[in-house]
Unconditional design. Structure first.
Length: 429
């Protein structure tokens, strides 16, 4: 029986406080307004008690030192009154005659400063007046205490209003973060299809270009270009081989010239030593020297070097040195012949290059290759951007949930009720 009665009168569990996401700003504004109203009402109530007391203080302070008081003051205390009373009244009136604004916080601040001034004046010049105006100073002190009690009674309300204001500001801050995440999510969602469409367009364009490149591979002109490339490779190798032969011949001549230079210096033939040295430096350079200049300088030194060989001053080391340093006409002729071959090969090589690059077929192929590279590079960039946006969407979705739950928790903490925030479509009917 008792259990049945308990079940009948059992308090139903309180339902959650439900808000649509779009209603949160309105709820925050409404709570702000209510907090401000309650705060203002409480301060206005205190104002009704404080301002009359401030007026009463003005009267009491103004009464000090009047003609009635002067008659009652003992002559021995006259100096105290004469020195301290003006200072006390001036300080008190300065504190009491300030402006007391309508705004709750401004009013609270103004009264606080007024109280500080009154207490400071009473503790300063006012302490010398207690012995002269005992009853009057007691009355003044009583009114100051009354104002102080009224202000103290406001402190909890002030603290509560500030606390609630800070909590609401925190709710608004978190909810604003939720709104920013929602807005960015919408922007990313709107941008993602554009990237998808661009990716599809690029894939189609790349396919067309690829088909064109495949078609060119079967073009008869492709075989001609391949043959030209083969000739290009052959001429390049031939040119390098001829350059190597020329360099090897030059190195052989340099070795002999250095030996000749030493012999010339030994024989005090400075002019010949200088010529052989200059010629050796010229042949040691990586680039091919001017053949006319080279042959002229060789013709100047070869007869004297051959004389050195004949007299045994220079010993030749191999068959090649004996061949070219036995007859002064052989070496210049050989170098002219080698240079002519190098120059001819280089000329044919450059002609092949110009032919390949001047071909309409190659221009068409290079254009397709360039477009293919541009499109594939752009497609890679688009795909990377899509991947980045996909990751950002996942992150934003998680952030939105976190911010929404944090907003619910903050409102619940503020209101003392369980709160559910949902989108309009999800709101219970």
């Amino acid at each position: 029986m008792f259990r049945q009665l308990k079940e009948m009168f059992r308090k139903e569990e309180e339902l959650p406080f439900t808000l649509a996401s779009g209603e949160v700003p309105g709820w925050i504004s409404g709570e702000y307004s209510q907090v401000e109203k309650n705060h203002k009402d409480r301060v206005d109530l205190a104002r009704g008690n404080i301002l009359p007391n401030i007026d009463k203080l003005r009267e009491l302070v103004g009464f000090l030192g009047s003609a009635e008081h002067e008659e009652a003051v003992h002559p021995k205390l006259g100096n105290v009154v004469e020195k301290s009373l003006p200072l006390y009244k001036k300080a008190m009136m300065s504190a009491l005659n300030r402006q007391f604004p309508e705004g709750p916080d401004d009013f609270y601040g103004a009264v606080t400063e007024c109280l500080k001034g009154c207490l400071k004046s009473s503790a300063g010049p006012g302490r010398y007046l207690i012995g002269v105006f005992q009853e009057e100073m007691k009355a003044i002190r009583a009114v100051i205490d009354q104002i102080g009690r009224e202000m103290n009674s406001l402190n909890p309300a002030i603290a509560e209003a500030r606390r609630k204001g800070e909590e609401l500001s925190r709710v608004r801050q978190i909810y604003d973060s939720y709104l920013h995440a929602c807005e960015e999510f919408r922007q990313v969602e709107d941008h993602y299809p554009l990237l998808t469409n661009r990716s599809l367009v690029l894939q189609r364009e790349i396919k067309v270009i690829d088909e064109e490149l495949c078609r060119l591979k079967t073009d008869p002109r492709e075989k001609q270009i391949d043959e030209l490339h083969a000739e290009e490779t052959r001429l390049k190798e031939e040119h390098e081989r001829e350059r190597s032969e020329f360099t090897a011949l030059g190195n052989m001549i340099v070795h002999v010239l250095k030996r000749a230079e030493k012999v010339a210096l030994k024989n005090n033939n400075v002019a010949l030593a200088k010529k052989t040295h200059t010629l050796a430096v010229l042949l040691s350079k990586s680039e091919i020297p001017s053949i006319p200049v080279l042959c002229q300088e060789l013709n100047e030194v070869l007869p004297e070097i051959i004389v050195m060989v004949t007299h045994g001053d220079i010993s030749l080391k191999n068959r090649e040195e004996h061949q070219y340093f036995s007859d002064p006409s052989l070496l210049p002729g050989k170098m002219q012949e080698m240079y002519a071959r190098i120059e001819g090969t280089d000329h044919r090589y450059k002609e092949i290059i110009r032919t390949i690059h001047g071909s309409n077929f190659m221009k068409e192929k290079e254009s397709l290759d360039r477009r293919y590279h541009e499109k594939t590079s752009e497609l890679a960039d688009v795909d990377r951007s899509k991947e980045s946006l996909e990751g950002r969407l996942v992150t934003l979705k998680e952030e939105m949930q976190v911010f929404l739950h944090q907003t619910e928790d903050r409102i619940a903490l503020y209101s003392g009720k369980k709160v559910i925030i949902c989108k309009e479509a999800e709101r219970p009917r």
